[in-house]
Design a protein. Structure first.
Length: 247
């Protein structure tokens, strides 16, 4: 009896050990993965790879990656702190400084609309610019809206909290959206979470991390990285930038 219990314990430990090793290997791989989104005011470098459904596909010049075409509008640290401030920030802003020429040579070059569903937004207006000197065109995105995908980071962050911290079902974890016809289905949530964490069993790391984040935030600790404070509404972009566990 003792022997079999011992071996069962050893088996559990061995499995835990294998999980730890897999986790470490994944972390090592993750270090080589390029971070996809940058905040704030940094350049979005388009990567090669599977093409996501893209509102901005044509704008981004997918045929010739990597091209730098998307700039996130910088916010002050204070603006990131409140969800309302973050959600309202920047859709109509245009940056003048060209990241190639380092001169204030960008002028307005039209407007577009993009889907960015969450409880505050459905479609947002975004601006484009063109550099007078080098001729590059740029698309300016507010920090809550990733370049691809129909849902904002606010929505994705809310889904993370609802599913992993509040233990809701997949259906009930769907983020609140302004447009009632755009409720995200469970497969969409799984895709978002998978983009952050490809561990096995599914979302094993993400679950631990979200619980840790829940504990930090409940103690009102503030974790700030490159002026992106960790708040409930910034968890998704925060993890996408600083904690990429993707293969
Ligand atoms: Zn330029």
């Amino acid at each position: 009896m003792n022997g079999s219990r011992t071996s069962a314990v050893h088996g559990t430990e061995a499995r835990a050990g294998r999980r730890r090793e897999a986790a470490q290997a994944q972390l090592r791989r993750a270090e080589k993965v390029k971070v996809r989104y940058s905040f704030p005011g940094e350049i979005f470098f388009e990567e090669e790879g599977p093409a996501p459904v893209a509102d901005l596909g044509k704008v981004a010049g997918r045929a010739k990656p990597p091209s730098l075409t998307i700039l996130f509008i910088p916010l002050s640290e204070a603006q990131y702190n409140l969800e309302a401030d973050w959600a309202e920030a920047g859709a109509e802003v245009i940056l003048r400084r060209c990241p190639i020429c380092s001169e204030d040579s960008i002028v307005g070059h039209g407007r577009r609309r993009k889907q960015a569903h969450d409880e505050h937004h459905d479609w947002i207006g975004i601006r484009r610019g063109r550099c007078n000197r080098c001729g590059k065109t740029f698309t300016f995105l507010p920090p809550f809206s990733p370049p691809y995908g129909h849902y904002s980071f606010l929505a994705r962050s809310q889904a993370l909290r609802r599913y992993f911290v509040e233990d809701r079902s997949w259906e009930a974890a769907a983020p609140t959206v302004k447009d009632p016809d755009r409720v995200a289905d469970p497969s969409t949530l799984r895709r978002w979470f998978r983009s952050l964490d490809s561990s096995q069993p599914p979302f094993w790391f993400l679950r631990q991390t979200m619980r840790a984040i829940g504990a930090w935030l409940s103690r009102t600790e503030i974790l700030v990285h490159s002026s992106l404070p960790l708040r409930w509404h910034t968890t998704f972009p925060f993890l996408a930038r600083f904690w990429p566990l993707r293969i």
